[in-house]
Ligand binder design. Structure first.
Ligand code: ZN
Length: 525
């Protein structure tokens, strides 16, 4: 359909210009489709095309205008269409436009521009996004099992709602808000949803009730576990004395070595005075906030109003209201991460072999690839000395010193304790199992919390969640007892509560969310 007339290669500007001419002997009128024979005039049109090697390529196209033969047609003169080459009015060839759309779908605006430049496709962010918006949305069937969840357009500020077909594992819609009305409207426009898996927010509950009153509302595995985790975290934060007791006991315990002998554990690093002071200040602020929240709560303020008044998120307020008493100051616990970690074993080995000079140890570690500071090594050495009872800054006398080693398990924090509890029994190491046993022994409430998670009756949420093989939906007598440790507030106790009908969805919504494809709007900045 096109004939190449000339080809100019300009090395200075790295551009190839192809002069081409349309060869059709007749063109159909775009309005009445009558083939036209008479040419009215011709004009030039410039189209950008795909680059070739390091050259930009542009087509100088000579297109013609034709007279429409049909007397009844309102269009007297029209320009010939070249549908396989470019859209009418377009400045790019169709194949270039298609490539830009593919780039935009995969990467969105800004990242698309970056990769485009690397490929010699000069394009702006807006052009990529405009191309995306012009793409028709795929027509998707109404799902039978619908997952409803919120997602952040801007975290803590603007949220939307994502609807996922859980059977096809495909997102079906993005809604601009996370209100009951928005969800209800979508459900009314798309009748036929039978099961709605949602989080525990009241907005989605109400939306589902109004939009699809017939549908069964369920919670999915992700939110079940998330809630369980948050609740356990609260339990361990409230009873952090139990964790401290386990940690203190572990510090005294000798560490068993592979050869069967016992070693002295290296004590945890001391908290610097300044950090200690700052932590105390922050704790005081948090306690003041906690008391303020409870004061408003006792006056009957709803959570949303309290959140707005004190300038914190709804989640924080709910968390505080779940804690019947202020759990007290959280001591900063060393999480055990350090650039020295990979070299600790070798350092301890050298130390136990008799090399007690920090600078020698430092040089040896550097040869092994250690990039940290000398100070970090001396700080560690002073902890070893502490373990062995050698006074600081003095050489140990030539006497037999006890062997030192790092404790097998890092100290318990509320988060680590939570994950220890949630981890399946067969995946826990012997040391972790021991830590958990010690934790259970500390306090009746803590033991109750741990047992509830894995108990054999319908309360054991984790047991159901991790059931093998995973079933798409698990219903326990139509209602799943989701008992986790919350109320009995008057008795200042942490026990159970909360029953919601629950069909467990065994696939993470989150995983489905990342599998999103034709909804590039999410990628926009
Ligand atoms: Zn016509």
């Amino acid at each position: 359909m096109l004939r190449l007339e000339a080809c100019d290669v300009d090395d200075a500007t790295a551009q190839i210009t192809l002069r081409v001419q349309s060869t059709q002997t007749s063109a159909p009128c775009p309005l009445c489709a009558t083939p036209a024979r008479r040419i009215h005039s011709a004009y030039g049109r410039t189209l950008a095309d795909l680059p070739w090697a390091q050259y930009r390529v542009c087509l100088q196209l000579r297109v013609r205008k034709w007279f429409c033969r049909n007397r009844a047609c309102p269009r007297r003169i029209f320009t010939e269409r070249l549908p396989t080459v470019a859209a009418p009015w377009a400045r790019r060839t169709r194949r270039l436009a298609q490539r830009l759309v593919a780039l935009g779908v995969a990467l969105g605006g800004r990242a698309g521009v970056h990769l485009g430049h690397a490929w010699d496709l000069a394009v702006s962010r807006h052009t990529l996004l405009r191309g995306l918006r012009r793409q028709p949305l795929p027509v998707l069937p109404t799902p039978r099992v619908l997952g409803v969840d919120d997602f952040a357009l801007r975290k803590r500020q603007t949220y939307g709602t994502i609807l996922v077909d859980l059977e096809r594992r495909h997102p079906v819609a993005l809604l601009p808000e996370r209100t009951a009305d928005t969800v209800a409207r979508w459900l009314q426009e798309h009748p036929g949803v039978e099961v709605i898996a949602r989080d525990r927010s009241s907005a989605y509950a109400e939306g589902a009730r109004h939009g699809a009153s017939e549908a069964t509302q369920v919670a999915d595995r992700f939110h079940g576990l998330q809630h369980l985790r948050d609740t356990l975290d609260e339990v361990f934060t409230t009873h952090h004395h139990a964790l401290d007791a386990v940690n203190a006991a572990a510090r005294q315990q000798p560490v068993p070595l592979p050869d069967g002998t016992l070693a002295v554990p290296v004590p945890p690093p001391p908290t610097p005075a300044r950090a200690e002071h700052q932590a105390a200040q922050r704790a005081a602020q948090r306690q003041a906030l906690y008391e303020q929240v409870w004061a408003f709560h006792r006056q009957g303020w709803p959570v949303v109003a309290i959140a707005a008044q004190v300038g914190r998120g709804r989640r924080t307020i709910e968390r505080y209201l779940h804690m019947p008493t202020w759990p007290g100051r959280q001591h900063r616990r060393h999480d055990g991460r350090s650039v020295l970690n990979p070299y600790q074993a070798s350092l301890l080995e050298r130390w136990n072999a008799g090399c007690h000079t920090a600078i020698h140890l430092f040089r040896e570690l550097q040869l092994q690839g250690y990039t940290g500071s000398y100070r970090r090594v001396t700080a560690y050495v002073s902890r070893i000395r502490q373990a062995q009872g050698i006074p600081p800054r003095r050489q140990g006398r030539r006497q037999t010193l006890p062997v030192v080693a790092e404790a097998v398990s890092p100290p318990l924090t509320p988060r680590r304790a939570t994950w220890l509890v949630l981890r399946r029994e067969e995946h826990r190491t012997a040391a972790e199992a021991q830590q958990l046993t010690q934790l259970r022994a500390q306090q009746a409430e803590v033991a109750e919390a741990i047992d509830l998670v894995w108990s054999k009756n319908s309360c054991g949420l984790a047991r159901v969640v991790f059931q093998e093989p995973p079933k798409p939906f698990v219903t326990l007598n139509g209602a799943f007892t989701y008992c986790v440790l919350a109320d009995r507030r008057k008795e200042q106790h942490v026990t159970l509560a909360l029953v919601i009908p629950l069909v467990m969805k065994m696939h993470h919504i989150l995983r489905e969310r990342t599998a999103q494809r034709p909804f590039p709007k999410e990628n926009q900045p």
